[in-house]
Write a protein that binds this ligand. Structure first.
Ligand code: FE
Length: 337
């Protein structure tokens, strides 16, 4: 019976069922970059496993997996941000994966028993050069300083990127101090939180606000852009690696795991191991201007090179996941909508 329901689910997705011998992998992915085509076709070439890809926005995919329940055809869930992986984990969607390859390749701070990071991004501070001196915003803590009254722009406090940042701050300064910080930042808002990271970058460049935070890849994307308007935008902005004299810049991840209900578990583990390989790491990271999770893999990315070296927070990403609920409560109490 289960097999029939699963078949119907696959057909509903427009996915052709596999013949008896053919090996397949059903990949639910929030990623859709040009380099991913090579990433997936190389896997099929190496393993003979065909990939059925379902691509949608991160939260939609999670909803879909939940709704499909025990009969979900999904083998792997790939998404971004530790807070989202934490949510999937909390819902009991992942199966633990034991793999020597993954344990050796992915640093312990970038995995949990249930999911693995495959690339890294940083959450950096940006400042409008002629409005806020970069010296004044060297640390996340500075965003709460009264001298920035009316100058801080932000996206929603409920967004996973900000949840994870708060989760890190909780780990470093404790809940009470973290809440005090959130209240200070809210008091400094130039406007009610809205938009995504790119909107904050544009608002800073336009002088609507003097400072904001953004994930590194949005900045790298603009730095690589050949459009004159993007280049002009980036000329007005200073990128600051936060907390270089203390705990380091907040790091988050793209990653994924095998689902508990995965019908093709062997293929799923092979795919996760493949993603930790040298070439796959390069494709995976470069596709979104991120850094590989495997430390020995080097990417040649002019925008990332231009942003320079930095000290990264080495807090285990599993800690971010653990603090996600407390982080949301703090934003709610502080009125960071
Ligand atoms: Fe993003």
């Amino acid at each position: 019976m289960n097999a029939i329901i699963r078949l119907l689910a696959l057909l509903a997705l427009g996915v052709a069922p596999a013949s008896a011998q053919e090996k397949v992998l059903n990949l639910y992915s929030a990623r859709h970059y040009q380099t991913d085509e090579a990433l997936y076709s190389n896997f099929t070439r190496q393993t003979g496993i065909r990939i059925n890809r379902i691509e949608a926005k991160e939260d939609e995919l999670l909803e879909r997996i939940r709704n499909e329940g025990a009969n979900s055809p999904a083998d792997i869930f790939l998404t971004v941000d530790a807070a989202r992986l934490a949510k999937a984990d909390e819902l009991g969607l992942f199966a633990p994966v034991k793999s020597k390859i993954l344990e050796e390749r992915i640093p312990a701070s970038l995995r949990s028993p249930d999911w693995f990071a495959f690339s890294i991004r940083a959450r950096v501070i940006i400042a409008k050069k002629d409005m806020v001196k970069p010296d004044e915003v060297q640390n996340y803590e500075d965003l709460a300083h009264p001298r920035l009254r009316g100058k801080v722009c932000s996206r929603s406090g409920s967004h996973p990127y900000n949840i994870s940042l708060m989760a890190a701050l909780i780990a470093h300064m404790g809940e009470a101090k973290a809440e005090e910080w959130a209240r200070g930042v809210v008091a400094n808002f130039a406007r009610t939180p809205k938009g995504g990271d790119t909107d904050q970058i544009k608002s800073v460049a336009a002088g609507e606000c003097g400072v904001a935070v953004s994930n590194s890849y949005y900045l790298a994307r603009l730095l690589r852009s050949t459009k004159p308007e993007d280049q002009r935008l980036m000329e007005r902005i200073a990128i600051i690696w936060p907390n270089q004299k203390s705990f380091g810049a907040h790091i988050n991840i793209s990653g994924g795991g095998m689902l508990k209900t995965a019908p093709n578990k062997d293929s799923a583990i092979r795919f996760l191991e493949y993603l930790a390989g040298d070439d796959a790491q390069r494709y995976f990271a470069d596709g979104n201007n991120e850094w590989p999770a495997v430390a020995s893999v080097v990417v040649k990315n002019p925008a990332l090179d231009a942003m320079g070296k930095f000290k990264a927070d080495n807090l285990p990403v599993a800690t971010l996941a653990k603090n996600a609920a407390a982080a949301q409560r703090i934003y709610d109490r502080a009125g960071w909508k």
